[in-house]
Ligand binder design. Structure first.
Ligand code: FES
Ligand SMILES: [Fe+2]
Length: 462
């Protein structure tokens, strides 16, 4: 009895908090208690990670039949496997007999998956093949109906594989909306496409997953404060004032990004994020539009977050100050591990047709900036850990502490709406404003309050 009363109280508490958030986000007020809150997190696992399209892997990680990686949706493990027909399957990593963990490796190549408990064996597309003494033990039992459980939907954009547990979620293209246009500026620049370099780095930060996600949505102001040392050391080639030129984009509900961009041909470079000249010569409109190619040409840095927890960063950086900067691409998943820990899964991407030397430089530059030992990463993780401490505090709850996300609201700062930008979404300049974060939390509030089976009808924050 007391358990069910407790559960109801928790639910009511989260309802009130989400109502506060939904009402406050348009005014730039976010309750601190949404961070690292056990009760909120419990709902997030169902309402956010159980509903959204979640990034699983890049196609280049599983190029051949039988290749697989094990990834997570929320806290649950999924096998992402290439089958013998070349299809990509996303399947719960649990045997359909008793639910025993099926695959015990992070990645590899397998002809089949065999459960260690009673030996049920599954093909790489999840179909049940059989088990020892099948005829005697299972006879005519239907194999078709007893395969692995698949994610409700799987979709691929520029080789980026996503999956959702929600049948009612819109198709991937619709879910991504305008952010697909901007992903193409990094991943779609030629017909060869990109590939990951090695397995992902993984490391844990004592923070709520939302802190890095909202940072990835376009928190540029911290560049001039928290990351000042990167400019002082000469690791980042664009001067701080010039770098704030560009745009903040609310590309679709929940999905935001920031473009540091040359505003005219006279503005200094680099062009194309600092990719080497010989590689730039191969960029074309085989899979993107002329407008996209031109936007990528003017871009110096692209940072964005696909809701909920996929951040992509492309930036020019030098791994050696005696050398010119080179474009580094990092893709990171903010994998929740409870309300107050996030595991960073960090991949580096390179263009397949880059030379080995270019690939190595890009990888080294990425390692030096966005990695366990990276200059930017070490700066970032410390403040996020303290947001977690504030959010989970009794004081924040009792004093109804609201955090300030007001920059760029009418009359606050100089955010100017840009109508002429060729890309989709609501676009502001310069990059000081916080509409990109408000967009993330508006969508988040909508999902957290949504009814299962009905997709929330949210618009960008504007
Ligand atoms: S639990 Fe997997 S074969 Fe029985
Ligand atoms: Fe940062």
């Amino acid at each position: 009895m007391s358990t069910s009363i407790q559960r109801n109280e928790d639910e009511l508490y989260v309802d009130r908090l989400m109502q506060d958030l939904a009402e406050g986000v348009g005014k730039g007020e976010i309750p601190a208690s949404i961070f690292s809150n056990e009760r909120v997190y419990k709902r997030e696992l169902r309402q956010v990670f159980g509903r959204c399209w979640v990034y699983m892997a890049h196609e280049s990680e599983i190029p051949n039949p039988g290749d697989f990686v094990v990834r997570k949706i929320g806290e649950d493990d999924f096998i992402v496997a290439r089958d013998t027909d070349g299809g990509v399957n996303v399947m719960l990593n649990a045997c359909s007999h008793r639910g025993v963990q099926l695959c015990r490796s992070d990645s590899g190549n397998a002809q089949q998956f065999r459960c260690l408990y009673h030996g049920w064996t599954f093909a790489t597309d999840g179909k049940l093949r059989g088990a020892p003494v099948w005829k005697k033990s299972a006879g005519t039992m239907c194999k078709e109906a007893n395969g692995l459980v698949h994610a409700a939907q799987v979709g691929i954009h520029q080789g980026l594989i996503f999956a959702t547990l929600d049948k009612s979620a819109p198709p991937l293209t619709e879910y991504l909306g305008g952010i697909g246009w901007y992903l193409d500026l990094i991943f779609g620049l030629n017909e060869h496409g990109v590939e990951v370099v090695g397995p992902p780095q993984r490391f844990v930060i004592p923070a709520d997953w939302k802190s890095p996600a909202e940072n990835g949505a376009g928190d540029d102001f911290h560049l001039v404060t928290l990351h000042r040392s990167a400019s002082v050391l000469g690791a980042f080639p664009v001067n701080p004032v010039e770098n704030m030129k560009g745009y903040h984009v609310q590309a679709a509900p929940g999905h935001s990004l920031s473009l540091s961009m040359a505003m005219s041909e006279e503005d200094p470079g680099p062009r194309f994020i600092g990719f080497p000249e010989e590689l730039i010569e191969t960029f074309n409109t085989s899979s993107i539009t002329e407008d996209q190619l031109q936007a990528s040409r003017m871009a110096r840095v692209v940072v964005g977050n696909v809701f909920p927890n996929l951040t992509f960063i492309a930036l020019p950086v030098s791994e050696d100050s005696s050398k010119p900067p080179v474009a580094a691409i990092t893709v990171r998943v903010w994998q929740p591990k409870g309300p107050d820990h996030v595991e960073v899964w960090n991949w580096f991407f390179v263009y397949k047709n880059a030379t080995p030397e270019q690939k190595q430089r890009s990888y080294s530059a990425g390692l030096g900036t966005f990695s366990m030992a990276g200059l930017f990463e070490m700066d970032d993780s410390e403040p996020w850990a303290t947001i977690s401490k504030t959010g989970s505090s009794v004081a924040a709850e009792l004093l109804d502490f609201k955090l300030n996300y007001q920059r760029g609201l009418p009359g606050i700062g100089e955010a100017e709406l840009v109508e002429s930008f060729p890309g989709p979404g609501v676009v502001y300049t310069p990059r000081y404003e916080e509409g990109v974060q408000r967009n993330l939390y508006k969508f988040y509030a909508g999902l957290m309050q949504s009814t299962p089976g009905e997709w929330p009808d949210t618009e960008v924050a504007g």
